[in-house]
Ligand binder design. Structure first.
Ligand code: SF4
Length: 372
């Protein structure tokens, strides 16, 4: 575990009211300031000549990376620091790799399917992370990230696979736990598991899902299936989000179904989950519409309102910035039902539009629009 500023401070002269208290030799105004900066790695521990050996040892141990990071043509594997995402964050998503055996019949078709596979989830584009080339004697021309099998086997990665799913999962948990808790060098290499061909797709999905949750750094598949990869990538994206960074979309005016100057206008904040819920409804409505998305640091509407990230002024500024009043003849903006209490406030600030209170839930939008 990393040391906090307070834990560091306990070892410094100021905490013991000893000689050199707040002497500033480290270029910090106080020992406490030094401790806080050291906890964030903003100063070098050697800047203070009075750090006791015990603190130096503890600090160096706390800095030791529990799991190595291995890089393959820009793909980062491993480098994890925690057992649970809420402790800090997971660093590098489980890589999903596929074996391409050039000695096997039909490899060209498999390569084409791998090349054509791309999905977009929450504004991120995903492809297969790595293709491991088996029996590849010459360079293969492809836009995918590839590595020859013999080079892959020389990477400092360990195969964590055991005889069945249960023991493999137990092995993965044991390796990660010992790497993180003990910082044991025998467990510091990132790990992969291998899923052989010919298994039932549902079983493969459940098995790989388990390995993504706990704690494979890479899964290598002998077979490739687009639906399986789309499912696993979606699961992986949920697990490898940074809990300290809310998912957000760009604050701007989004258009659905070719809107014109008479189209209806909705407004919400840039919290990704709210945005996609509303955007899906608007897209499926088959009614031309605009969605004004205000900047709110990725907060949902009520959180943004309580944190003063969604205010009447912010809403007015967003409309001004994108010159919506000049673009449309519509003079009504539909706000989320959860912000009904802001109607008057918004009307005072937004002179060009009337404010209409919309629905609390996104799924109610369709009925709301039909009844308008
Ligand atoms: Fe405190 Fe050491 Fe900095 Fe002096 S050099 S202020 S003792 S942290």
């Amino acid at each position: 575990m990393e040391l906090s500023g307070l834990q560091i401070f306990k070892y410094l002269p100021a905490a013991k009211k000893a000689e050199h208290t707040n002497c500033k030799e480290c270029n910090c105004p106080t020992c406490m300031a030094f401790a806080l900066k050291l906890a964030k790695n903003q100063v070098n521990i050697s800047s203070c000549p009075y750090v006791p050996d015990e603190l130096r040892e503890k600090f160096l141990y706390s800095q030791k990376q529990p799991q190595k990071t291995v890089e393959v043509n820009g793909l980062k594997i491993g480098g994890e620091n925690v057992l649970y995402r809420h402790e800090k964050t997971f660093v590098n998503p489980t890589s999903l790799a596929v074996i391409l055996d050039l000695a096997k019949h039909g490899w060209q078709e498999k390569l084409k399917r791998l090349e054509n596979f791309e999905i977009t989830r929450l504004n991120e584009k995903f492809k297969v992370d790595l293709v491991i080339l088996k029996n590849c004697k010459e360079e293969l021309s492809t836009n995918l990230r590839t590595i020859k099998e013999e080079d892959f086997l020389n990477l400092p990665l360990k195969n964590a696979g055991c005889k069945d799913f249960k023991t493999t999962l137990e092995n993965l948990i044991n390796i990660r736990t010992r790497a993180i808790k003990e910082k044991n060098e025998n467990f510091e290499d990132p790990v992969y598991v291998y899923i052989k061909s010919g298994k039932d797709l549902k079983d493969v999905c459940a098995e790989a899902g388990g390995y993504i949750c706990k704690y494979a750094n890479m899964i290598i598949f002998e077979d490739f299936d687009e639906a399986l990869f789309a499912t696993l990538i979606t699961l992986r994206q949920n697990i490898f989000t940074d809990p300290q960074k809310p998912l957000q979309v760009e604050a701007k005016i989004y258009e659905f179904n070719n809107p014109d100057e008479n189209s209806i206008i909705f407004m919400t904040t840039n919290f990704a989950l709210t945005f996609f819920a509303v955007a899906n409804e608007l897209e499926n409505l088959n009614v031309p519409s605009y969605l004004v998305v205000t900047p709110a640091d990725g907060m949902s509407v009520l959180t943004a309102w309580s944190a003063e990230k969604f205010t009447a002024k912010v809403a007015a500024r967003t409309l001004e910035k994108f010159k919506l009043a000049q673009k449309v003849k519509t003079r009504k903006i539909i706000i989320p039902g959860l912000l009904a209490h802001m109607k008057k406030e918004l009307e005072e600030e937004i002179k060009d539009f009337d404010i209409v209170v919309g629905t609390v839930e996104a799924y109610e939008i369709s009925n709301f629009v039909k009844n308008m």
